[in-house]
Design a protein around this ligand. Structure first.
Ligand code: TXA
Ligand code: MG
Length: 346
């Protein structure tokens, strides 16, 4: 069983009590699952190497995959980094608090286990009020990867956290569905430039609106598999990720072409991950993961629908490919990994 800390907005004293209990456990070096606006995070004191070790064990996470350090105020960043490039300051001013992580040169205060052995550290200031309040009450920065077992889709509600982490953590703070549903945009800043290592709700276009389009680059590995021997810019990108048990294939094309492809590939264990607008295909079970023209709705549903496919016993999944622009780039990036880069154009 997992200890659950409930947040009752109608009862401020009980809410504060739950936050204080989570903060106390975190200060004691325990693991607590916390909500954020992106996905639920598996949190521990980022500055306590023994506590951070427990995160890696609980997730079954490779030791070289660095953790994101979460802060509640900008002033908390100063002791964690050795410098803040101008681009990072501009982006923080515009997009924090919010779904953006910045990779910066780390200070000695950040343990090597937290940064996965790198001399940089990813830092994020979440916008979700509960996350903010827990970090502030803990009084220490919190390392928090997504609260899933390594390799499975990130959890966007408490039920999915408990499925993966029951018996592995001290407590979970229950706060409903995550608003965004996909992990933060990860950006490396240098000088006046930014390199997107993982796309998210803060889009390359958003970054360009602050830094200028000429100063924003999207890492090629976001939409293509790593070539043999090529080094991943972000260690997390070299691992199999977001994958359900079913074999997923992305099918790119119009609604009509997708439906025709699906009808021709019907069979036992075959499921469709379609858009609302595609409608049902006779004889084929399906789940919608949002509206075709609304990538935010897709981001919100994608991980939950991938997990539902497992529950349905899907063996083969044909997913209608999203438009990879704006927030859709993040949806496409996650789906590509769930599909191990299997894509067909119709
Ligand atoms: O929205 C989020 O970012 C969520 C919530 C809980 O805040 N957290 C999250 O953490 O997604 P995680 O550990 O599941 O993903 C972190 C990603 C990994 O791909 C990791 O390799 C990359 O960020 N990353 C972290 N620190 C890095 C660094 N110093 N350099 C390059 N990549 C880094
Ligand atoms: Mg993760």
């Amino acid at each position: 069983m997992i200890n659950t800390l409930h947040l009752d907005a109608a009862d401020p004293a009980a809410r504060q009590d739950a936050i204080d209990r989570a903060a106390r456990l975190l200060r004691e070096g325990k693991l607590v699952i916390i909500p954020t606006e992106t996905v639920y995070g598996l949190a521990a004191n980022a500055l306590d190497p023994a506590a951070v070790e427990r995160i890696f064990t609980a997730k079954g996470r490779p030791q070289d995959n660095p953790l994101i350090v979460h802060i509640s105020e900008f002033s908390q960043i100063e002791p964690l980094v050795s410098q803040i490039p101008p681009a990072a300051r501009l982006l923080a001013r515009r997009f924090w608090p919010g779904p953006m992580t910045m990779v910066l040169p780390k200070s000695r205060l950040v343990p090597m286990v937290t940064s996965g052995g790198l001399d940089t550290v990813g830092i994020r200031m979440p916008s979700q009020k509960t996350a903010h309040d827990i970090i502030a009450a803990a009084g220490v920065p919190l390392a928090a990867p997504s609260a899933n077992l390594s390799g499975s889709p990130s959890p966007t509600n408490p039920h999915r956290c408990a499925q993966d982490m029951d018996g592995r953590v001290e407590a979970i703070v229950m706060d409903g569905d995550c608003a965004v549903g996909e992990e933060s945009t990860v950006v490396a800043g240098e000088g006046n430039k930014a390199l997107v290592l993982r796309p998210g709700a803060v889009t390359p276009e958003d970054l360009a609106s602050v830094l200028g389009a000429e100063n924003v680059t999207v890492h090629p590995s976001i939409t293509a598999p790593l070539a043999p021997g090529q080094k991943a810019a972000s260690p997390g990108m070299k691992y199999k990720h977001y994958a359900p048990r079913a074999e997923v294939t992305i099918v790119r094309g119009s609604g009509e072409a997708y439906r025709a492809f699906a009808a021709a590939h019907a069979g036992p264990g075959v499921w469709l991950m379609r858009f609302d607008e595609d409608g049902e295909v006779p004889g084929l079970p399906s789940l919608s993961y949002g509206s075709m023209g609304d990538p935010r709705s897709q981001a919100h549903l994608l991980f939950e629908v991938l997990r539902e496919m497992d529950e349905k016993g899907a063996e083969t999944v044909y997913a209608h490919g999203p438009q990879p622009g704006g927030v859709g780039l993040a949806v496409y990036n996650r789906l590509l990994r769930a599909a191990a880069f299997r894509v067909v154009d119709v």
